[in-house]
Design a protein. Structure first.
Length: 298
């Protein structure tokens, strides 16, 4: 299968490209720079220059592919509305290109914003509906496109997709600990996150692309619930720093933008995903990764 991957040189995208190539697929990856293009080509994939605002490049990549994996997102915390608009427009362009093809389209989403008060299930629809919602409501938009003949599949990532080289949430928490000289958690640290290793995530994306039925919601979740206090304690031990509680009213100053995520529970079950695709995570756990030094290298 020739697969078009957006976000092909990002954290999850790089692992996904490696997984697809190892499994015998051909890959075209959307890249924004000469450096990224060279890195992708060195792996044996074909670079396509463009970005999420370049709808023509998205159209060309999708039209020439047998399947699409959409992982790119601007993640512009200073302009979330602009990020959501760009995501909506990009997904609309890809869907219009794939309409009637029966080709698979795997689209990424996260677990923030569900507000269930319990672990999110694969059967739970995303609450983000419409252009003005989180990520432009792109997950629901994609799943609605099944009626247009597209085999759309949503993959929801645990808040920590971890591993050596990760620059996501745990990386920001580690940086805050270094800057403050203490590893903190908010309040009593009882809020919880799900987690999954990046290699397990890449394998799930590949399995979904190959065989998940249209309309499937997949959960990339290996560990369902790890308390934020446990995460902070592991970071403190890895860095040789004390661990302390941070009052909720001081969290923004202490952690920066990450406080909004660290202060909420974001957990999900992956039971249906494992059953449907025979996916069994084999990578190290989050705490194991932290204690092994995955986040301590500067």
């Amino acid at each position: 299968m020739r697969v078009f991957v957006t976000g092909s040189t990002g954290w999850i995208g790089s692992a996904t490209v490696d997984e697809l190539l190892r499994s015998g697929h051909e890959v075209t990856g959307l890249v924004r720079s000469d450096k990224s293009a060279a890195a992708l080509a060195a792996k044996g994939a074909e670079p396509l220059r463009g970005d999420l605002d370049d709808l023509g490049s998205l159209r060309r990549g999708a039209a020439a592919a047998d399947g699409v994996v959409h992982l790119a997102n601007k993640h512009d915390w200073a302009d979330p509305e602009g990020t959501d608009r760009a995501e909506r427009a990009a997904v609309e362009e890809i869907l219009d290109t794939l309409a009637g093809s029966t080709n698979p389209f795997v689209i990424a989403n996260g677990l923030s914003g569900f507000g269930q008060g319990r672990p999110v299930l694969e059967t739970d629809a995303s609450p983000a509906v419409g252009p003005g919602s989180d990520r432009g409501g792109s997950e629901n938009l994609a799943l609605e496109s099944v009626a247009r003949g597209i085999r759309s599949i949503a993959v929801r990532f645990a808040p920590s997709v971890h591993g050596r080289g990760d620059w996501g949430f745990v990386n920001f928490l580690t940086a805050a600990a270094r800057d403050r000289g203490v590893s903190g958690y908010i309040g009593d640290g009882s809020t919880e996150w799900s987690a999954v290793h990046v290699t397990d995530t890449a394998r799930l994306i590949r399995l979904g692309l190959e065989s998940a039925p249209a309309g499937t919601r997949m959960h990339a979740v290996a560990e369902q619930a790890i308390s934020t206090r446990t995460i902070a304690e592991a970071i403190g031990k890895a860095l040789g720093l004390p661990v302390t509680s941070v009052a909720p009213e001081d969290a923004d100053e202490h952690f920066g933008f990450i406080s909004g995520f660290f202060g909420q529970t974001m957990t999900a079950s992956g039971a249906l995903t494992r059953e449907l695709l025979s996916w069994e995570p084999t990578g190290p756990g989050l705490i194991e990764d932290i204690l092994a030094g995955a986040y301590t290298a500067v």
